[in-house]
Design a protein around this ligand. Structure first.
Ligand code: SF4
Length: 185
């Protein structure tokens, strides 16, 4: 099985009602051999239009953080918990996450990252702890199926609340330090 095989199944997926309102499925982007994988929650309008994750204003902010610590999209892989846009960018419902999460698990198995970085509370609650609190627990290292996992603020949340931009930068510095120490790059 390859990432393209999984993507083809995502493109044809009608397992939840989000298939009725999507323009494109949004599978993932970046280096398929990356040691660092970022996981957001779900596509927004720009992502739905292009089929690529994190291409709108939030995506540009993510690129800025990567660049600021010496990383690029070519160093990492980026995906979401949910592959189709929830209408009006509402939070994905737990039943939609339940329907879709197996695609992400398959992506993680194939890419085999050493560090997963959850972007925002939806991904952190699903992959780290249902009671995860990003404000209190961002930047902490946890374990996920033998891998390191951590969470930081979602770039879209930073656009609404710039006060968290400084702690987010500290988290990205930590990501880079781990990558350097453990030869991820
Ligand atoms: S969100 Fe996931 S489960 Fe729902 S239709 Fe899209 S690909 Fe299928």
């Amino acid at each position: 099985m390859t990432l393209q095989d999984i993507d083809n199944r995502v493109k044809g997926c009608i397992a939840c009602d989000l298939c009725k309102t999507r323009t494109n499925t949004v599978f993932g982007t970046g280096n398929p051999n990356a040691s660092i994988m970022f996981v957001g929650e779900a596509p927004g309008r720009n992502e739905d239009e292009t089929g690529i994750p994190f291409v709108g204003a939030a995506g540009h902010l993510l690129d800025d953080y990567l660049t600021a610590v010496g990383l690029s999209r070519e160093d990492v892989y980026i995906a979401n918990i949910i592959k189709c846009r929830p209408p009006n960018n509402r939070d994905p419902r737990p039943d939609e996450e339940d329907c879709c999460i197996h695609f992400l698990h398959e992506q993680i198995d194939l890419i085999n990252p050493k560090l997963i970085v959850c972007l925002g509370r939806i991904a952190a609650k699903r992959l780290i702890d249902p009671n995860f609190q990003v404000t209190r627990q961002h930047g902490e290292i946890y374990s996920y199926q033998g891998r390191k996992i951590m969470a930081t603020f979602h770039p879209a949340a930073l656009l609404r609340n710039p006060a968290n931009k400084v702690p987010t930068f500290t988290d990205f510095e930590k990501i880079y330090e781990i990558a350097k120490q453990e030869n991820y790059l």
